[in-house]
Design a protein around this ligand. Structure first.
Ligand code: ADP
Ligand code: MG
Length: 821
């Protein structure tokens, strides 16, 4: 094990700020033995010396080297939790916070009252807690309450390489908090932990750390990993290809665990199901002799070819920050490409699932792994697989750096990752599968060489790999930052542009965020339009909004939701809008004619169900949100069972997630409520007429930038635009989605004469969207505030809007006082 510690810049030698005490820990012998095998253990002295001598250090180590589980223990033993402060450690993923706290408690033989976790509104922290695992969001909230974090003596930021937005913000904040604490004589340490990926954004960033923190590198034992590129790059059915490749590996290659990287839960389950079917645990004994022959033949052939492959140049991955890829053309790599190994002639028939017959010798022990998997299911990957089986873990990129699975020799990498993308125009986010980065692909490959030399099979060509970006971008550069800007304003950081971001978001993104927050009333409007809009202070409404763990639009709805007992409905609406795809897709193509007629029948029934949920009379005007509310209400009355969901076209998992979110949001609302609190029963009566009116106003106030109005005659440039709507954000019209409750019968535009109360809503709630000046010659017909799913032609994304009129003269007699907080 080698160390390479970059020494801190010259300067006065700091006195150790913490006495070198030793707090004994009573570990089980087998735990102690396992610990001693971890690479970080060999570096304990070096690490702890660096911690004592520097306010901040960066600890880099290969995944599985023991950073997360051991660093808190080193600090605990060195007395960092014996004084007033405790040890805090942040994780970007909830599962990591929970499972790592349990693991560390177990290793230290301490109860969970001492080694605890806190995630959002759930946790087991007590006054006896000494080591606290938490999500980065939780620590950010704590900084809002106590900027100096006086409760902590050390903060460890784990998985900093993931560059999650909250992690980035925390590092920026802590770069200021730590010197402040030390100046006040309340010493504090910051430890940034990262897999061996780029850390220059933290260390070579003068704005962040004027004197760069030392970097301690822990080199894990890493065996060579041979990389096998595919000759072709499957673009369509890569999941199918992954399955076939895994089957081949299992059939043809010597023992050793297989780790498969896919992009999401659904893919993971799909491949698990197919693998289990292809290689059932209890092999049927009816395999024909003929098939056995084929297997043997293929294997013999494969073996010969393998010998050949060994002689070809291997790609060693001992340093993941540099990329030792043979830059030659694909033919040079052909020898190590197993599709190119020349066994096409006797390749197995890789047709349908049914054709994938069981390997006659070893059963495959297939386990899924993704972040929302139940902890006890997750723990299975750490346990030994049943004797005589081969382990095959089908995972999302949680297995890339957060969790280390023992015994993996083969990695199958689809080369893709699911990322959240934001449509800058509509502000709507969606998940898309895209290529991963070279650094991530190498990180994945490295999982194969933990215990012995391994192989990584990439489902893409070396040419495609060459086009991957070198590193994954920091999340902060890929998403709108309105929620962060609001959080920062709430921390009284008014000039957000000056914040020491490890990677700063673009000026445009910051500007857009500030504008949205101003329009939502969360920030004070700047007095002059010319002045940079980047220093608007937070309003009381903004402070209330900042206390909710949801996007500002939704936060505003929650902040306004306390009227007429609407809060439970607002909570349900926000929860359901945060969860994707609640309804089964009624438009999905059928596999056969028979299925097609069944689907059509079912569709008619389910559409009727949705109309029922949409309610009658005034509640209809809530549009698709009433359908959501109706679905949640009906499902909860039925006890939220899988059967109910199936017969009524709802996705069971989504409904369970909504229930969980409703609970969390209720806790969040109650936590900031001074008087009383809401009690949310999972069951919910339909809203009354006046509540529906109130809900529409609340939705309008939150989704104001998603307003749409009927297209005007003179605006119609294409006959297809006839039933279109215009939004302030898009040039092309949008259309009501066929699945929307409003598709057949959009609400009738009321008279433009604004005697109607509703006509006042927009100018009063959203004056910034109104036309200031004389009324338009041909006033646009408008809709009452309702919500619907809209299809936009230009972006082909679907998004929900509250609509109607931006064009009303600004002359309003009364304000809606009840919206004032
Ligand atoms: P790092 O943070 O450097 O990636 P960890 O501290 O997470 O490393 O892991 C160190 C070792 O502990 C790994 O070999 C891993 O397999 C093992 N480990 C972690 N969590 C568990 C668990 N819940 N059960 C069994 N082994 C675990
Ligand atoms: Mg870790």
């Amino acid at each position: 094990v080698e160390k390479s510690a970059q020494q801190p810049k010259e300067g006065p030698v700091r006195k150790p700020s913490q006495p070198a005490v030793f707090v004994p820990v009573d570990r089980m012998p087998e735990i102690q033995e396992a610990r001693l095998r971890l690479p970080v253990l060999a570096e304990e002295q070096v690490i702890m010396e660096a911690v004592r001598e520097n306010p901040c250090i960066v600890l880099c180590g290969e995944t599985g080297s023991g950073k997360t589980t051991q660093m808190p223990q080193f600090l605990y033993e060195a007395g960092y939790a014996s004084g007033k402060g405790i040890i805090g450690i942040t994780e970007p993923r909830r599962v990591a916070a929970v499972s790592m706290s349990q693991r560390v408690a177990m290793e230290m033989n301490l109860p969970t009252q001492v080694v605890s976790y806190q995630i959002r509104y759930e946790g087991n922290v007590t006054t006896d807690t000494k080591i606290k695992f938490m999500t980065d969001g939780v620590l950010l909230k704590e900084i809002q309450k106590d900027f100096l974090l006086q409760h902590y003596s050390v903060i460890i930021i784990d998985e900093a390489h993931e560059r999650s937005v909250y992690t980035d913000i925390l590092i920026g904040l802590l770069s200021r908090i730590v010197p402040l604490r030390n100046k006040k004589g309340l010493p504090m340490k910051l430890i940034i932990m990262s897999a061996t990926l780029r850390v220059e954004d933290f260390t070579d960033n003068k704005k962040l750390f004027p004197s760069p923190p030392p970097v301690i590198k822990v080199d894990a034992r890493q065996f060579p990993v041979s990389i096998h590129f595919n000759k072709r790059t499957p673009m369509e059915d890569y999941v199918g290809e992954i399955f076939h490749k895994t089957c081949k590996i299992h059939r043809m290659l010597p023992p050793g665990g297989i780790l498969v990287f896919l992009t999401g839960q659904a893919e993971v389950h799909d491949v698990c199901r197919r693998l289990r079917k292809a290689f059932p645990f209890r092999r049927s004994t009816t395999d024909t002799g003929k098939e056995e022959e084929t297997f043997k033949d293929t294997r013999r052939f494969k073996k010969d070819k393998q010998k050949q492959a060994v002689a070809l140049p291997r790609i060693h991955l001992d340093n993941y920050s540099a990329l030792p890829v043979d830059e030659g053309d694909e033919d040079q790599l052909a020898g190590v490409d197993d599709d190119e190994c020349g066994y096409e002639g006797c390749e197995l028939d890789l047709g349908e699932d049914e054709d994938e017959k069981a390997d006659p010798s070893i059963p495959l022990y297939v386990l899924p792994l993704y972040s929302l998997l139940a902890p006890e299911q997750q723990a299975k990957v750490f346990q030994a697989s049943p004797a005589g089986t081969r382990l095959c873990v089908v995972a999302t990129n949680v297995a890339e750096t957060s969790l280390t699975i023992p015994g993996i020799k083969y990695v199958v990498d689809c080369g893709r990752v699911k990322k959240r993308y934001y449509d800058r125009v509509t502000g709507v986010s969606s998940f898309k599968v895209s290529w991963t980065s070279q650094a991530s692909a190498n990180q994945r490959a490295g999982r194969a060489g933990r215990t012995e030399p391994g192989h990584c099979y990439r489902l893409f060509s070396s040419a495609v790999f060459g086009d991957f970006s070198e590193f994954s971008e920091a999340e902060i550069t890929r998403r709108p930052v309105e929620d962060l800007v609001l959080q920062m304003k709430d921390l009284n950081i008014d000039k957000v542009v000056n914040f020491p971001f490890p990677t700063a978001p673009s000026g445009e993104a910051l500007m857009a965020a500030e504008q949205l927050l101003v329009s939502l009333g969360a920030l004070e409007e700047p007095p002059h339009i010319e002045r940079a809009k980047l220093s608007c202070p937070v309003t009381p409404l903004g402070r209330a909004m900042a206390s909710f763990p949801v996007a500002p639009r939704f936060a505003k709805m929650l902040a306004l939701g306390r009227q007429q007992d609407c809060l439970p409905y607002v909570i349900a609406v926000v929860a359901s809008m945060t969860v994707r795809e609640i309804f089964e897709d009624l438009e999905r193509p059928a596999a056969s004619e028979d299925e097609s007629s069944k689907l059509a029948q079912n569709k008619a029934r389910l559409m009727q169900m949705r109309r029922l949920w949409a309610g009658q009379g005034p509640s209809l005007l809530l549009g698709d949100l009433m359908v959501l509310l109706g679905a949640v209400g009906a499902c909860e009355y039925a006890g939220c069972t899988p059967q109910f969901c199936e017969t009524n076209g709802l996705r069971y998992k989504a409904m369970v997630e909504i229930r969980r979110l409703r609970g969390q949001l209720t806790n969040a609302v109650n936590a900031v409520c001074s008087e009383g609190g809401v009690f949310v029963d999972s069951k919910m009566a339909p809203p009354t007429e006046s509540q529906v009116i109130c809900l529409r106003q609340i939705l309008l106030a939150g989704l104001g930038d998603h307003l749409a109005r009927r297209i005007r005659e003179e605006e119609i440039l294409d006959p297809k635009w006839k039933n279109g709507y215009k939004t302030p954000l898009l040039d092309d019209p949008v259309f009501i989605h066929p699945s929307s409750a409003l598709f057949k019968k959009p609400p009738e535009p009321p008279s433009i004469a604004v005697s109607n109360r509703e006509g006042l809503w927009i100018p009063q709630l959203l004056p910034q969207y109104c036309h200031y000046g004389p009324p338009l010659e041909t006033p646009a017909p408008w809709l009452c505030p309702s919500t619907g799913t809209i299809r936009s032609h230009c972006t082909s994304t679907f998004y929900r809007v509250a609509w109607p009129l931006p064009a009303v003269e600004k002359a309003y007699p009364e304000g809606l006082d009840r919206f004032k907080l």
